[in-house]
Design a protein around this ligand. Structure first.
Ligand code: S3P
Length: 171
């Protein structure tokens, strides 16, 4: 069975779309951050603060690799940085993987990041007036890796249902 990987910048809707896709398809849904939090019994923020980002990136790589070695199909939302470290972008190209980049524009990302209460260690020390510039630069740097996904799905101005229907047509 196919493994569906959703990648994209923080607040691009990976987790929400994964859950809705799971409901629509009946496939199991996993979230890489949550898998890591369960395994380590620590929040992502605590891992960043106590063990450092490199430890988190290693956990991301090891857990993603282990999940992909599993025979069964699933829908997995990755962390915003997952494809950008440890050659993880190569997993997006694997034969039994359907990888999707949820592509959301900078203004929409910044709007959502301001609205959402989620703890995000990379952004927590950033003054609000620097957020837009930071996201623009960061997204530019990461874009190459996101575009290693087999499919690009633009989310701006579209309902989640519309996005889900497009992704469902890919498998
Ligand atoms: C990160 C994104 C987060 C989480 C961690 C690092 C990133 O996931 O994995 O804070 O490097 O972009 P979300 O994209 O779900 O916020």
């Amino acid at each position: 069975m196919k493994k569906i990987l959703l990648c994209g910048y923080m607040a691009s809707g990976k987790t929400t779309i994964a859950r809705l896709l799971g409901k629509a398809s009946g496939m199991p849904v996993l979230d890489l951050d949550e898998v890591i939090e369960k395994k380590t019994d620590k929040s992502v923020s605590r891992i960043f603060a106590e063990d450092g980002e490199i430890t988190f990136r290693r956990l991301e790589h090891d857990n993603l690799k282990a999940l992909l070695e599993n025979e069964n199909g699933f829908i997995l939302s990755l962390g915003g940085g997952t494809p950008c470290y440890a050659n993880n972008h190569l997993f997006l190209q694997q034969d039994d993987v359907i990888s999707v980049y949820l592509k959301t524009g900078i203004d929409e990302l910044v709007k959502r990041l301001r609205q959402q209460g989620k703890e995000r260690p990379l952004l927590e020390k950033l003054p609000d007036d620097e957020l837009h510039e930071y996201v623009a630069k960061h997204l530019f740097d990461r874009s190459y890796y996101y575009h290693q996904a087999k499919h690009v799905v633009v989310t701006d101005g579209r309902s989640p249902e519309d996005v889900i229907n497009q992704i469902m047509s890919l498998f």
